[in-house]
Design a binder for this molecule. Sequence first.
Ligand code: SF4
Length: 354
Amino acid sequence: MNCYIHIPFCDSICFYCDFCRVVSSKKNQYLDALELEIKTHGVHDIDTLYFGGGTPSSLSIDQLTRLCSFFKPYLNNSYEWTIECNPDSLDLEKIKLFKEMGVNRISLGVQTFDNTLLKQIGRRHSAQDVFRCIKELRQEGIENISIDLIYGLPNQTINQLNSDLSMFLQLDLPHISIYSLQIEENSVFGKKNVQPIDEELEEQMYDLICQRLSEYNHYEISSFCKEGKHSMHNLCYWSDNDFIGFGCGASGKENNVRYDHVFNINEYINNPLAKTWIEESREEQMFDAIMMSLRTSFGLDIDKFNKKYQTDFYSRYENVIKKYISFFDCTKKRIVCTQKGRDILNTILIDFME
Ligand code: SF4
């Protein structure tokens, strides 16, 4: 089984962020509620486990020990266990704990290596904190490290992005997720009416990223990895598989039906078992499966899709496939978007939707 656990606490709020996160002192109460939810649902035979946030590393060593202990007994033989960490709250003691518990992948929220830009987006760490974390993780034997970077930050130049990419390459890490800045209405930037960067510059930046990371496997629109170092957990989202979501603000999918937990931490603490199941038509489920899988270099598994939705993909979507045939690599078993296809994926998806 694949599990996502949401830890909604952050030590401060970054200016671009509107995720489900709070600066709160209710961490122990939250863990009580989470424990109730996990025990009531039950876990077994874990393939992938992902602690996301918020900032899981903002929990104390005792709280992390408690949380990790829920899952340790249920890991299968080839599991992937990722914890999202911020460089300012990850220290050697926590890294040693993760290693002992069996955590084998860390996703570090770096965003940029430029200390001035880091301050301007409200991050608490510096590039030096990132270097320390990577050194300590490697020293303790956790080599499977991914970093998140953001491009298109206010006033960021193409040269600054280029330096970020050079630093990533110099660090020789196995995975990177790199996203363009979105100005969300409820973020500090949104409220201050900060404007997104020019579209043309954003495109130039994306082209630069693809060019500089060409030695990496560009296996999803925003994700690049070394051979075999894909995020197995994220692949389960992109491959239309079930996953269980625990915690406030977490979403899940069980027996192909999606659900959401409440966003409000107090409501979650009062009733951690409440979920809102999302009714989706078969058409909507099929569209979701197509949308997610075409983001990746693996594409859509035709047999799996046909069996699951009792349909014939190629005849059902014949018109869309014909219209965009030069943007796809099609075989009997898979349909994959070419790089050009991924560049216009939103346009292609509108036709799939219709
Ligand atoms: S970006 Fe991450 S660390 Fe910053 S406020 Fe959002 S969830 Fe918290």
